[in-house]
Design a protein around this ligand. Structure first.
Ligand SMILES: [Zn+2]
Length: 322
C-alpha cells in the first residue's frame, strides 16, 4: 500500500469472552475472532492474541500500526493502566506497556464502554452519544461534542455504581443498591431465582435460570420472567433518563451481553420512557429527539473502537516518539 500501514488490532476483554478484530482505515473488519477470556492469565492471553493476529495477517502483517485494548474496570488511558476490573483483575496492571514491550507494537488502552462510544461516534458522526453496556456489569461511555469523556478520576460514565435502589442488594463494589446490583445480567438471574423460590409452579424458569433464560421465558409470555424484565427495564430507563438529562446526549445505544435480548429488553425501556414523557414536559423536551437503540449481537463495538483509538494514537503521535 502506497499510503503506508493502516491496519489496527482491537481487543475487547470481557468477563467471559474476548473479541479480537483487525480493521483498516475505513473501519472495514479484515479479521475477527472471539475466544473465552482466560481470567487467570489475562495479560499473557492478550499478548498471545496480538501475536496470533499479526501472524494471521501474513503478508499484511507489516501494515499493523498499533493495538487498542478495551477493558472493563478503572482504566487510566494516559498511564496505560487498569485496576479494579471486578471479574478479571484486581491489582493495577500496566497493560499497555506490557503489551507494547512483548509485541513491539504501540498499544493504547481504554475502558470498554468508552471505546464502543468512540466507535459509534466515529462511524455515525453523532457527536453526543452514550453507549450503555449491560452485561456482567453496567457502565456508560460518553462522547460529548465529539470528545470522549474520561473525567478527573477516569471513572466518568460508571453509572453501574450510581444508586438505583436504596433498599437493593449489596453490589460487588461494596456499595448498596447500585444500578448494576439490580439490572445487570447476574441481578436479573438472581431476581428470577428469588421469585422461583417463592412459587416454582408460577413460572417455566428453574432454580438455575440465567438472564438469557429469563428473556427467553418473557418472550414466550411467562408472567414471572416478564415482571423481572420489566423491573430491569425500569431501572435502565431511569439510567438513560439520567444520561440524557445530565449530559445532553441525543443518542443512547445499549450493548453488552444482556442487549442480546433485543426487543424483549428495548420495548419495555421505551414504554417506560414514553410514560415519563407523557407525565412531564421536561422529560418530553429532553427525550423527544433522543434515539434509543440496541446494538445487534456480535457487533464487537468495543474491539472496533479500540482499533480506531489505536489508529488515531498512531496518526497523532510523531513517528520518532514511538
Ligand atoms: Zn456498585
Amino acid at each position: 500500500m502506497s499510503d503506508g500501514p493502516a491496519l489496527a488490532i482491537g481487543i475487547d476483554v470481557g468477563g467471559t469472552k474476548t473479541a479480537v478484530v483487525v480493521t483498516d482505515e475505513t473501519d472495514r473488519v479484515l479479521y475477527e475472532r472471539t475466544v473465552p477470556t482466560n481470567a487467570d492469565a489475562w495479560t499473557d492471553q492478550i499478548v498471545g492474541l496480538v501475536r496470533e493476529t499479526v501472524a494471521a495477517l501474513e503478508s499484511r502483517a507489516d501494515e499493523v500500526l498499533g493495538v487498542g485494548l478495551a477493558v472493563p474496570g478503572h482504566v487510566d488511558s494516559r498511564q496505560g493502566t487498569v485496576r479494579m476490573a471486578v471479574n478479571v483483575v484486581r491489582d493495577e496492571v500496566a497493560l499497555a506497556a506490557v503489551c507494547q514491550a512483548a509485541t513491539g507494537l504501540p498499544t493504547v488502552i481504554e475502558h470498554d464502554a468508552r471505546a464502543a462510544a468512540f466507535w459509534l461516534y466515529r462511524r455515525d458522526r453523532t457527536p453526543n452519544v452514550a453507549y450503555l453496556t449491560v452485561g456482567t456489569g453496567i457502565a456508560a461511555g460518553l462522547v460529548l461534542d465529539g470528545v470522549l469523556l474520561r473525567g478527573a478520576t477516569g471513572l466518568a460514565g460508571e453509572v453501574g455504581h450510581v444508586l438505583a435502589d436504596p433498599d437493593g442488594p449489596i453490589c460487588p463494589c461494596g456499595m448498596r443498591g447500585c444500578l448494576e446490583a439490580v439490572a445487570a445480567g447476574p441481578a436479573i438471574a438472581r431476581a428470577a431465582r428469588e421469585r422461583w423460590a417463592t412459587d416454582p409452579s408460577a413460572t417455566v424458569l428453574s432454580a438455575d435460570a440465567s438472564a438469557a433464560d429469563v428473556f427467553d421465558a418473557a418472550r414466550r409470555g411467562d408472567a414471572v420472567a416478564t415482571a423481572v424484565v420489566e423491573m430491569a427495564a425500569r431501572h435502565l430507563a431511569r439510567a438513560i433518563r439520567g444520561l440524557v438529562l445530565a449530559f445532553g446526549v441525543d443518542r443512547v445505544v445499549i450493548g453488552g451481553g444482556v442487549a442480546a435480548a433485543g426487543d424483549t429488553l428495548l420495548a419495555p425501556i421505551r414504554r417506560e420512557l414514553h410514560d415519563e414523557r407523557k407525565a412531564s414536559g421536561l422529560a418530553e423536551t429532553a427525550l423527544a429527539g433522543t434515539s434509543i437503540e440496541i446494538l445487534p449481537p456480535g457487533t464487537n463495538a468495543g474491539a472496533r473502537g479500540a482499533a480506531a483509538l489505536a489508529r488515531e494514537a498512531a496518526v497523532t503521535a510523531p513517528a520518532a516518539a514511538r
